[in-house]
Unconditional design. Structure first.
Length: 297
């Protein structure tokens, strides 16, 4: 199977690298510094279980998606529209776009922008780009994907590549479950510049996270979203299984980049306003991250 990864950062390089390691034809569409390193030395896939260099194609040009049956769509939520438009002339008619993005609205947006089939995926992985062409895996790695015409084949390919994958009829609920985790951790990790394990040891942090989670659940209930599993246990598990991980928002702020906070705590604030649900804790975190972004710019 030919696979293209659009926006191959930490998440895209990890999953694309795992598929390439399993023998699939993979092209990573990424930033120039990563492309140059990957073309020269291969992708360094530095995981909890192995550290290898994987030979994989890499390009800075969206045209590299041509011929791909599966497109892992990994750009930031803020870049969904522009990335979709860049891909449009080059996509195969029967390609499937699998959104591996934060937030709960991206697959729906892709369906509005492109005629190709799009499906959502919920990503549970701790990764970071430790250098040009070097993805470091810090924990977990499973996927939950939405049913589609190709989901069975895609799930089998991921599982064979060492990526635990399940297909769920309630991906909307699973996306919201992931959103709740992101709202609990991302902004606080960004503001404090602390990894999850140290973050939760701070005075008042777990109580603040509790307030954030309660607001998210209230908004979800008002929006008729059924969130699966034990949310409180899932929140605790993040700090236990990803102790050294900094949130993607923390990494963005540390690099002076714009984050996805509008699609995380900001989304909870907007949906809360629309549904009449107060969200003061999420509003404060959203405002603080936006202020830090403004200061950096």
């Amino acid at each position: 199977m030919k696979v293209a990864v659009m926006g191959a950062g930490a998440v895209g390089c990890y999953y694309g690298g795992m598929l390439a390691r399993a023998g699939h034809e993979v092209v990573l569409i990424a930033r120039p510094q990563h492309v140059e390193a990957i073309q020269r030395d291969g992708l360094r896939l530095d995981t909890q279980h192995f550290d290898e260099r994987v030979r994989v194609a890499a390009s800075t040009d969206a045209s590299a998606v041509k011929g791909a049956q599966l497109v892992l769509f990994c750009v930031k939520s803020t870049d969904t529209d522009s990335a979709a438009k860049a891909l449009a002339p080059w996509l195969e008619r029967d390609a499937l776009l699998l959104s591996l993005q934060n937030g709960v609205e991206n697959a729906e947006r892709l369906r509005e922008l492109l005629p190709q089939e799009a499906a959502a995926a919920v990503v549970y992985v701790a990764t970071e780009m430790a250098g040009p062409g070097h993805v470091k895996h810090n924990g977990r790695g499973e996927l939950v994907i939405e049913p589609s015409t190709k989901s069975e084949d895609i799930a089998r390919a991921f599982v064979a590549a060492g990526v635990p994958t399940e297909i769920s009829d309630n991906v909307r609920g699973a996306l919201w479950a992931k959103l709740v985790l992101n709202c609990a951790y991302n902004a606080l990790s960004a503001i404090t510049q602390l990894p999850y394990g140290k973050l939760v040891q701070g005075e008042g942090i777990t109580r603040t996270m509790r307030d954030v989670v309660d607001e998210c659940l209230a908004v979800a209930k008002a929006d008729n979203v059924t969130i699966p599993g034990d949310v409180d246990a899932a929140v605790r598990r993040i700090a236990e299984t990803m102790q050294n991980q900094y949130s993607s928002t923390a990494q963005d702020l540390a690099r002076g980049k714009t984050s996805e906070i509008d699609h995380l705590n900001g989304l909870i604030v907007r949906r809360g306003e629309a549904l009449g649900v107060p969200t003061p804790a999420n509003r404060v975190l959203h405002a603080l991250v936006k202020a830090i972004e403004s200061k950096a710019s």
